[in-house]
Design a protein around this ligand. Structure first.
Ligand code: CS2
Length: 494
């Protein structure tokens, strides 16, 4: 099949192959600045927004995508070369692919190249919402102190260089300052990251930064900026080179960075927007008064489930999540964790059948077209585990003591962090805390508890005797018998 480079000029050439934007992209105004234009944003919010832009009278909600870090240069360049266009490939359960070119990102900026342009855009009148996917680690939160980490050198840099910031906090503060000075209306800052109370977290961290950098702005932010919480969901593995090739071969689209994802998607948003919002509910999002219970459910079951499968699977030597979940022993262990340890901590969730939800997760994890990479799941575990797993552990330790599965997974993570799987193959660990993790993991070989003493991850968990005991027992048995034998033994006790 003849192929063409994906861009505005060639767009119409693809219309017989895949769905393309049929609205006039040149007429779309930028109502949203989004920071973090990775795969998840493009499979989720940008898709909802693209669907909305197809409806009449919605042209105010185009997205300006901001690449914040040096590391994001490639995605910025790709989207720039493709006029913001990219292909979303939904890998259905039956093995078919549904493809669509998404046009909601109408502008792109690379922050390190031009910080003032980003600030100017965030502070422009037409922009009503700033959305974020800056990852769990991007919020600069210290698990040990529960507070903003003001000692981070990047934060110090931003305080000293307000016009050339590096972190999201520097950008937001400067943009809000300009909005205030211009006498503009307030703005909504909406986190779309996997964090419990992601809006509250954003508000708390931003205000802590502003208190240090621009204290006179605090009151204006308190009165003019809202931070809705939201629960976001769609499994979006990293794009593989074969995804790029097969798109070119089957649809004639030369897209340097398509996005692949599962069919399921969900977005529950707290309806707290100070300066208007898109009618995302008309394209499948749900607006709710309180999304915290939904976030808790999703983080403690789906995301934690991913970490359980990822860590155990990596040690055994698997590469993808579907492979691990198809191992009956591991999926029984995961079910045991969900039923025995997580469910009781979730309280009642109106309108949600938890049994159905848990079953659907096992099915989604098992989608063998998705081939979600264990490497992706295990990356940045030091930021994920405090959000996905520790809230369950802490809740259990408060009144009940069902911690067997969680202690086992954390012990497995301590062994994983040494850097070898059970067959002796190297594991590629991607983690901001990699050096600390590895150092403690090596010391833990003689005294497992040392690993739990990494306070920025575990807080004061190492002071809990019951947990330390379960962790040490699990560690010892994994070393002696291997992950799978231990899992079978735990499954047999249920
Ligand atoms: C994953 C998430 O990063 C992870 O560990 O659990 O990226 C997950 O795929 C998404 O949150 C699904 O909504």
């Amino acid at each position: 099949m003849k192929s063409y480079q994906l861009n505005n000029q060639n767009l119409a050439k693809f219309k017989d192959q895949v769905a393309i934007p049929t609205y006039d992209r040149s007429q779309v105004k930028t109502g949203i600045v989004h920071v973090g234009i990775g795969g998840f944003h493009r499979a989720h919010q940008a898709l909802y927004t693209d669907q909305l832009l197809h409806q009449p009278n919605n042209s105010d909600w185009g997205i300006c995508g901001v690449a914040l870090l040096e590391f994001d240069l490639k995605i910025y360049q790709t989207l720039k070369d493709q006029d913001g266009l990219y292909t979303l490939v939904v890998k259905e359960l039956d093995g078919t692919f549904t493809k669509r070119i998404v046009g909601a990102i109408t502008e792109c900026l690379f922050a390190p190249e031009n910080p003032s342009k980003v600030i100017e855009k965030m502070a422009s009148e037409e922009v009503k919402i700033i959305t974020l996917t800056i990852t769990e680690g991007g919020y600069n939160y210290n698990e040990a102190t529960g507070a903003f980490d003001a000692t981070n050198p990047q934060i110090q840099h931003d305080i000293e260089n307000p016009f050339a910031p590096k972190t999201i906090f520097g950008y937001l503060t400067q943009a809000l300052k300009v909005r205030k000075e211009k006498g503009l209306k307030g703005i909504t800052i909406q986190s779309c990251d996997n964090i419990q109370g992601n809006g509250h977290m954003t508000q708390k961290m931003l205000l802590s930064y502003v208190q240090l950098a621009e204290p006179t702005l605090v009151t204006w932010i308190e009165n003019n900026v809202s931070f809705p919480n939201s629960m976001v969901d769609r499994i979006t593995p990293a794009t593989a080179p074969t995804d790029i090739e097969s798109l070119k071969e089957t649809s004639g689209i030369e897209d340097a960075w398509p996005v692949v994802c599962e069919p399921f998607k969900q977005w529950v948003i707290e309806d707290d927007f100070v300066n208007g919002r898109p009618a995302w509910e008309t394209v499948g999002a749900q607006f709710a008064k309180d999304v915290v219970p939904y976030e808790k459910m999703k983080l403690s079951l789906l995301n934690a489930g991913h970490s359980v499968l990822g860590i155990l699977g990596a040690l055994i030597g698997y590469n993808t999540i579907d492979e691990v979940v198809h191992n009956k022993n591991i999926s029984t262990f995961l079910k045991g964790y969900m039923d025995d340890e997580v469910t009781a901590t979730l309280g009642t969730l109106e309108g949600v059948d938890l049994e159905v939800y848990k079953k659907s997760l096992i099915e989604r994890f098992g989608n063998s077209n998705i081939k979600d990479q264990i490497d992706r799941i295990c990356s940045e575990s030091s930021a994920k585990i405090p959000i996905f797993i520790l809230p369950t552990v802490n809740a259990q330790l408060k009144d009940k003591v069902k911690i067997k599965h969680a202690a086992f997974v954390l012990a497995a993570w301590a062994i994983y962090s040494i850097g070898k799987d059970e067959k002796g193959n190297d594991l590629s660990i991607k983690d901001a805390l990699k050096i600390t993790l590895q150092e403690k993991a090596i010391q833990a070989q003689n005294n497992p508890k040392v690993f739990l003493e990494i306070e920025t991850v575990f807080g004061d968990l190492s002071k809990n005797e019951a947990f330390v005991k379960a962790f040490e027992n699990a560690y010892k048995s994994i070393v002696e018998q291997g992950v799978e034998n231990c899992v079978v033994a735990i499954n047999n006790t249920l």
